[in-house]
Design a protein around this ligand. Structure first.
Ligand SMILES: Nc1nc2c(ncn2[C@@H]2O[C@H](COP(=O)(O)OP(=O)(O)OP(=O)(O)O)[C@@H](O)[C@H]2O)c(=O)[nH]1
Ligand SMILES: [Mg+2]
Ligand SMILES: [Zn+2]
Ligand SMILES: [Zn+2]
Length: 1557
């Protein structure tokens, strides 16, 4: 089948299915389009599929792209005995390449050349056209090739040469075949270029797959490849760069090519066996190339004579004849290499490819010779021609986006964050606005420089010309800035690697890089700014009109596959108006078919992110070593319709991001913030995020992952569950996936840990796993990619493994997208909305918080919460212990077990010793816990190491305080017991007496042997009774004069005081002081004035103190029987505490008056209580009460009736039941507190910070002025009742209450039953019931407090077995009736009543734990949140305007709006009692309040919560303090509850949340 030459090309093209694409109709974007073939593994089935398969692989830089054998159905082994294989569906790779170049448009050609060169394939220099017989110099196609190498002449100095290959002077050596040649030329060339250890098939050769298929259209093709040294003598084959050109086919037939090569090459190596025929091309006059002859002595036709002859004729020097003898290939190649080296060694002819265009004459066209290309070039040169100094050029010609735009960006952010706002926020805000307007004006003034006019003209051209223009611009700009940049980048990379501690240098280099870079993106930035500043002009302004069409142009470029900058990495901002319009235009350009799927890559800088994307999608994100990508670029890739309907999108948007700085670099400037912002934004935008990890260890990624996790967590909340892939780069091990299983597990654990931490911070604890937050399967979504280069660059091709691995990644990606259902893709408009909304959040720092701080905060909270747990278990333990001891003490002397001689005080001493022992143990336990905590491998521990000491001290003081608390409680119990001693003694003797009397009476009645009727017995009893009473009347209880007692205490209390106090310490004065109302005297006024921080009314303060004390007294009266000295001491201590708490230090006079007043009232109350006690304890009265029972007892005894049943009932009712109830009640308080801490809302009580957060959140929700004023003015009362409310709320739900009480009931009943059983086993059958009962009590000695059961008389011995049986029965009856009571649903009111009656109040317990050290900010009154009791410094998460701490301006009497956190970094001054009335600068507040840490917070926004509150309830607050309302800054007036909510979350580090209502 022989075709005329002009038909060969069309024929082949149609075989390849490229028929209608001839003439450059194949475009880059159609090649990059994602369709079902994109991830098709099957080899091409037929020739028509070949081009696509080839291009698909080539675009992924796959070294195997040239393996183009079609899949064959035939068996592998063909047993036909012929040499011919069926070539009908095979094609020579060169033919395919040639065909494709004929079909590709110039931009695709360029891309193909780039990728081929990355694979170290030779690229076409002259492309033949067998149809027209005209060759094309592929100059444009090679334009984009940039190479870096290190020639040996530069040895020593470590610099390298980087440049555009077509512009570089490199000698070219050409290899041609003339006539027959038995030497394999291309194969020899490959050897020549390859390092022996690493063979590259640069040129297609016969022994390659399909390399032996006859060429049909590619004869006459001249390919070129460059050998570039790396600077290492052991590796480099040539010490200088050299271009190797290879002419395909017989040189005799391609005169044009031959003469071109002879004119452009330094040397031409002729491969020939015979040098026969027409060799006129060799004698070209213009030829300057030195000729070499390579021939094979082994060939049949070899003849030395003819050879010499021919050489003479064609001026081939004798030395230049290379004869392959019987030597082996290696030797031969070495010889050849020697000659090539020689040919380029001394001053060879060097010609840039660019310059070769001049050599090409009519028979060779240059691909750049078209008007579009030429115009594009001219237009670009019009711009670049004027650039002398990049920095200066940018300043002059692109002035809008430089400093001005940076400043505007700063202002925009500051406007949201208000970090530097002073006092006058409104003023500040408007000053920001003015500044921005001024800057915009300035932009307008400078708008449309000459250059920008040219630029807009350039991009306004028609399609191809615009593309040419942009490409030219890029090329020229690259060239301009290359020299500076490549050196800087190299330095930067070196510096990052070798001296990361030299942060200044790195920062400086970074800045220089940014200053010296100049690329088309800068022009687009400028364009964006042109648009933005025009937007601030009125609609009809011509300048505004002038820019209206720009966004559409930019949108078109996006569609053309051009990367467009989304985030300006230098200004760290998005030109939102511009981007908005661009995306809107895009949406319209594609007829609203703009559904996109967003894919992002994220990772540390220079880890091959851009390279990864380029390989994956065949795109062209900027790649370079050193800091390269800035900000974020977006690029659109078309998705074919058929696949699009599956993926539910029209485009894939790929976002390439600036590398995040590695942790050590991040610390140096604000880049951390920048990284945070960027990462949050892009993750927020993406459907798929590829996390690129270049190192084997993930530690450096942890920081980034933290950000990622937070961002993902929030995405999840808004219903997005993005897919996440981890790509581990530079993993060469084949089995990486398996062997890294453990690493993966570890990474997964870390991710889970981070998720939990983040979730806790965000209060979304239901997210416990990383996979809860995002779509990630550690096995499927972890990819391991080997290193990019196979060998040493620049001569290394892309590693086939790299490309294949990236392909696998791409496949899984698309696969999983195909499979995933119900994904709602957004379109361009939705995307822009998202971008806008996310970026707003970022600007407002809603999402961003200083991560390092929040990590510390989280770690600290975690530690506090742990510590609180230990503390609580310590307290629980000690409370229980105390309860037992108190029980023992109150039972003292009643059970008969105590040695009567043992004095109560001795028991007390023993108990105190025991307490010390137990406390030692418990203290040790906490300390061990603490040590253990700090030993855990958990990385967050290190962050709070510095607080360890604080907590240790806290443990000591906890122990100390508990110990003294225990001692005083025990002492009190003893004192109470002692107070009862007299009464008890009397009771005991009386009981004894009565028993004797009754027994006597029974005796005497029996002796009379009369048959006495009931009436008779009664009379007898009455007579005895009278006599008894008569006898008792002598006993008189000693009555206390409580007032005297109190006065006595007061005396000792005021011992240290001098002056009038003692004069006044008499009953008369005491009484008068007590009875009249306490009013603040004006005479104290002068001294009081400075005594109050702020300006709260002294009278109010004192009234509040009085009220608190009164309620303490009435509580005491309610829960006790008799007066004890300790009570008044407690009252006095309480007053002193209140002074401290309210920060009042009244003068002596005032103090005494107040104390007198309070104590008098207390004395009166206590007197009443005492009187009542005496009354109730009068034996006569008691006796009278039990008269009826005694009578019955007497009659039963006389009649010898069995008493067991009755006595059991009585004992249960009178003695056990109250004791059981008491037992339960005493334990409830602690149990309730425990339940609150461990329950559903337990986290609210876990630390002070959490508590404050919960409290303030609720306050904001309820939004009531009354609550707010209560909170700020009477914090403790408010909090106490708030907690109580919470308890009631929680306990009135479900049957929590019932459960707790019932549990105790059954516990205690069990205990009693056990005691009864034990007593039964220990006593004889017939024992005195009294003794039996005493035994029972003895067993319950430390469990139940037995009331003094007056006159419980059991006169008879009884059957203990029977009695025990009866007792257990009546006990179970009691249990039944009690449980009936407990099981009853309890109303909120009853619950409140019950809980506030408990001896240990749960809300008090919780409160003490949560109010912590009890300190409040000296300025604003915000409570301290630090953990433990004894911390070095107090702090609060959120301060409030000082007006809420009752500060007013002295002059105006208006509430102060200043906020401490701002004040302490400002220039203001303050005055307080601690400054002794002098003014001090706020900045030096620590000199006055050394133990307060008020973290300066320039972001005024953080206290928005309180600003909103003060703004709303200004009047109410003022009324409450009886002062004037504050002047509310007008900026506050826009604040809403939502601002408050956001600020609350932020201040308390609980993250933020858009969705929560
Ligand atoms: N040796 C080696 N070099 C690589 C590998 N991957 C990328 N490179 C090179 O590393 C350099 C940086 O690659 P880029 O793709 O620009 O990296 P990047 O992460 O996008 O960099 P920034 O955008 O600046 O953060 C380029 O010169 C790549 O050729 C690899 O696996 N091994
Ligand atoms: Mg990059
Ligand atoms: Zn404060
Ligand atoms: Zn504190």
């Amino acid at each position: 089948m022989f075709l005329p030459p002009e038909l060969l090309l069309p024929e082949l093209l149609s075989t390849l299915g490229l028929g209608d694409l001839h003439g450059g109709k194949l475009t880059l974007s159609s090649v990059l389009e994602i369709n079902s073939n994109t991830v098709c593994d099957k080899p091409a089935q037929n020739l028509e599929q070949l081009p696509r398969t080839f291009l698909r692989k080539l675009m992924m830089s796959n070294l195997n792209a040239r393996n183009i054998k079609c899949a064959q159905d035939q068996p592998m082994y063909d047993y036909k005995y012929t040499d011919d294989t069926d070539d009908s569906d095979a094609i020579n790779p060169l033919d395919l390449i040639t065909a494709l170049f004929h079909c590709s448009d110039p931009f695709l050609q360029q891309e193909m050349v780039s990728k081929m060169s990355m694979c170290q394939f030779a690229v076409p220099l002259l492309l033949p056209n067998c149809d027209t017989q005209q060759s094309t110099l592929m100059l444009w196609a090679m334009r984009d090739l940039v190479k870096k190498f290190r020639p040996h002449s530069l040895e020593g100095d470590r610099t390298f040469v980087e440049g555009r290959i077509v512009e570089t002077d490199i000698p070219m050596v050409s290899f041609v075949r003339l006539g027959e040649c038995s030497l394999p030329k291309s194969q020899t060339l490959n050897r020549l270029l390859s390092n022996p250890h690493q063979h590259n098939d640069t040129f297609v050769h016969r022994n390659m797959e399909c390399g032996d298929v006859p060429r049909r259209i590619s004869d006459g093709l001249v390919e070129v490849s460059w050998y570039l040294p790396c600077g290492n003598t052991n590796i480099d084959m040539f010490t200088q760069p050299v271009a190797i050109a290879n002419l395909r086919g017989d040189g005799r037939l391609f005169k044009t090519q031959m003469s071109f090569l002879c004119q452009t090459s330094a040397a031409v190596f002729i491969f020939s066996d015979d040098l026969d025929g027409d060799l006129s091309t060799l004698n070209n006059r213009k030829s300057r190339a030195e000729l070499f002859l390579v021939t094979n002595s082994q060939s049949k036709t070899f003849n030395m004579e003819t050879l010499r002859d021919r050489c003479m004729k064609h001026k081939v020097k004798e030395n230049n004849v290379i004869i392959k003898k019987k030597q082996n290939d290696a030797e031969f190649v070495k010889t050849l290499r020697f000659h090539v080296s020689g040919a380029i060694g001394k001053n060879p002819i060097k010609m840039k490819v660019e310059a070769m265009a001049a050599v090409a004459c009519h028979s060779i066209v240059v691909d750049e010779d078209c008007t579009e290309c030429a115009n594009g070039r001219i237009n670009a040169e019009g711009i670049t021609g004027n650039i002398q100094d990049v920095v200066k050029f940018k300043k002059d010609q692109l002035p809008l986006h430089g400093e001005i735009w940076k400043e505007i960006s700063q202002l925009e952010k500051e406007n949201c964050r208000m970090r530097d706002a002073g006092k006058d926020i409104e003023g500040y805000k408007s000053s920001l606005r003015t500044k921005e307007e001024k800057l915009r004006k300035e932009q307008q003034k400078k708008a449309f420089s000459k250059t920008m006019a040219k630029f807009t003209a350039g991009i306004s051209e028609s399609g191809t010309q615009r593309l040419y223009f942009l490409k030219w611009l890029k090329i020229q700009l690259d060239t301009l800035s290359r020299h500076n940049l490549s050196t800087l980048r190299e330095q930067y990379k070196d510096c990052c690697r070798n001296t990361p501690q030299n942060k200044e240098l790195i920062a400086d280099l970074d800045e220089q890089i940014s200053n010296c870079s100049l690329g088309p993106e800068h022009f687009f930035r400028e364009l964006g700014q042109l648009y933005e500043c025009a937007c601030s002009l009125p609609e009809n302004n011509p300048a505004r009109q002038q820019v209206q069409h720009l966004p559409a142009l930019c949108a078109q470029m996006l569609l053309d596959g051009f990367p467009v900058e989304l985030v300006d990495g230098d200004a760290s901002n998005i030109p939102m108006k511009w981007i908005k319009e661009v995306l809107t235009q895009l949406h319209q350009l594609v007829n609203t078919k703009s559904k996109i799927l967003v894919l992002t890559v994220l990772g540390v800088q220079s880890t091959g992110k851009s390279t990864l994307l380029n390989t994956m999608f065949g795109v062209q994100f900027a790649v370079s070593s050193g800091r390269c990508t800035r900000g974020a670029f977006m690029l659109l890739i078309k998705v074919s319709e058929e696949l699009g309907s599956e993926l539910k999108c029209d485009f894939i948007m790929v976002i390439d991001t600036e590398g995040l700085k590695s942790p050590e670099l991040a610390a140096l400037d604000t880049s951390y913030e920048h990284d945070n912002e960027l990462a949050t934004l892009v993750i927020g935008l993406s459907d798929i995020t590829i996390i690129n990890i270049a190192m084997e260890n993930n530690t450096e990624m942890k920081d980034i992952l933290q950000i990622v996790v937070h961002a993902f967590l929030r995405m999840k909340e808004i219903g997005k569950k993005p897919k996440c892939l981890f790509v581990h780069q530079n993993v060469s091990d084949m089995s990486a996936h398996d062997s890294n299983m453990r690493d993966r597990k570890k990474l997964m654990e870390q991710l889970d840990e981070m998720t939990q931490a983040a979730a806790k911070m965000e209060k979304k604890v239901h997210f416990a796993k990383f996979t809860d937050v995002m779509d990630y399967d550690p096995d499927k979504d972890s990819h391991y990619i080997p290193g990019l280069w196979h060998g040493t660059p620049p001569m290394a091709p892309v590693n086939a493994g790299y490309s294949e691995a990236v392909y696998e990644l791409k496949k899984t990606l698309i696969d999983s997208l195909q499979k995933s259902d119900n994904i709602n893709r957004i379109d361009a408009e939705g995307f822009l909305e998202w971008t806008n909304c996310l970026w707003d959040s970022v600007k407002y720092e809603k999402f961003i918080f200083s991560f390092r701080n929040s990590l510390v905060a989280d770690a600290y909270t975690n530690l506090c919460s742990e510590y609180n747990k230990w503390e609580w278990s310590f307290q629980k333990e000690m409370n229980l212990w105390l309860l037992q001891k108190e029980t023992i003490l109150s039972n003292f002397g009643m059970t008969g077990v105590d040695d009567q001689k043992t004095h109560l005080r001795e028991v007390l001493r023993e108990m105190s010793t025991e307490a010390s022992g137990i406390l030692d143990e418990e203290e040790k336990k906490i300390l061990q816990n603490l040590e253990g905590y700090f030993k855990t491998k958990n990385s967050s521990v290190a962050l709070v190491e510095k607080y360890k000491e604080d907590f240790k001290i806290s443990v000591c003081s906890l122990r100390r305080e508990t110990e003294s608390g225990l001692r005083s409680s025990l002492l009190k119990a003893v004192e109470i017991k002692e107070g009862l001693e007299q009464v008890n003694m009397i009771k005991n003797t009386t009981t004894q007496k009565i028993e004797n009397k009754v027994q006597d009476l029974v005796q005497s009645c029996r002796e009379r042997m009369e048959n006495l009727s009931d009436e008779d017995l009664k009379t007898e009893f009455e007579t005895m009774w009278k006599m008894l009473l008569a006898e008792l009347s002598v006993v008189e209880l000693q009555k206390l004069d409580v007032v005297k007692e109190v006065l006595f205490e007061l005396k000792s209390h005021f011992k240290t005081k001098t002056g009038d106090v003692h004069k006044n310490l008499n009953e008369i004065h005491f009484k008068t002081a007590g009875e009249k109302k306490f009013t603040v005297k004006t005479s104290w006024g002068s001294s009081l004035k400075n005594l109050f921080r702020g300006k709260s009314n002294p009278q109010q303060v004192f009234d509040a103190i009085t009220k608190d004390c009164e309620s303490f007294v009435s509580e005491t009266v309610k829960h006790n029987k008799n007066y004890q000295k300790t009570y008044i001491r407690e009252v006095l201590n309480m007053i002193d505490d209140k002074f401290k708490e309210k920060h009042v230090s009244p003068d002596e006079d005032c103090e005494c008056e107040l104390k007198f007043h309070i104590c008098w009232k207390a004395a009166v109350a206590f007197q009443k209580m005492h009187d009542g006690f005496i009354r109730d304890s009068d034996p006569k009265i008691c006796l009278e009460q039990s008269k009826k029972r005694l009578l019955e007892e007497f009659m039963d005894m006389f009649r010898d009736i069995d008493q067991c049943l009755k006595k059991a009932g009585e004992f249960t009712e009178d003695c056990l039941e109250p004791a059981v109830q008491d037992y339960i009640i005493k334990r409830l308080g602690s149990d309730i507190a425990d339940a609150m801490m461990t329950g559903y809302e337990g986290v609210d009580y876990s630390t002070r910070t959490h508590f404050q957060f919960a409290l303030l959140k609720q306050l904001l929700q309820d939004d009531s002025s009354e609550q707010f004023t209560k909170y700020t003015h009477d914090y403790k009362t408010f909090v106490n009742s708030w907690i109580l409310d919470k308890i009631i709320e929680s306990f009135s739900k479900d049957d929590k209450w019932q459960n707790i009480t019932m549990k105790h009931l059954s516990d205690v009943v069990q205990k009693v039953t056990n005691a009864i059983t034990r007593a039964k086993n220990e006593t004889e059958e017939n024992t005195d019931i009294k003794i039996f009962i005493q035994k029972i009590r003895a067993h319950l000695n430390d469990q139940l407090v037995f009331q003094e059961d007056t006159f419980f008389i059991a006169l008879k011995n009884a059957n203990t077995q029977q009695f025990a049986k009866n007792l257990i029965e009546s006990l179970s009856e009691m249990e039944q009736s009690l449980s009936d009571v407990f099981k009853c649903p309890i109303s909120k009111e009853d619950l409140e009543e019950t809980i506030s009656q408990l001896p240990t109040k749960p809300h008090d317990l919780l409160f003490t734990r949560l109010c912590g050290c009890g300190e409040q900010c000296p300025f604003c009154g915000t409570p301290c949140e630090a953990g433990g009791q004894d911390h070095k410094t107090h702090f609060s998460s959120m301060h409030r305007p000082k007006g809420l701490g009752q500060y007013t301006f002295e002059a105006s009497n208006k509430l102060v709006t200043d906020i401490c956190t701002t004040a302490v970094i400002g220039e203001g001054i303050f005055k307080s009692p601690e400054t002794k009335g002098e003014y001090k600068p706020y900045k030096e507040y620590r000199e006055i309040y050394p133990d307060w840490e008020i973290a300066g917070d320039p972001s005024i926004e953080s206290s928005d919560y309180w600003k909103y509150v003060l703004m709303k309830y200004n009047q109410e607050f003022a009324d409450c303090d009886e002062v004037l309302p504050a002047d509310i800054p007008s900026a506050w007036k826009v604040l809403t509850q939502t601002h408050g909510k956001i600020s609350l979350r932020k201040s308390f580090n609980m993250g933020s949340d858009k969705t929560e209502g």
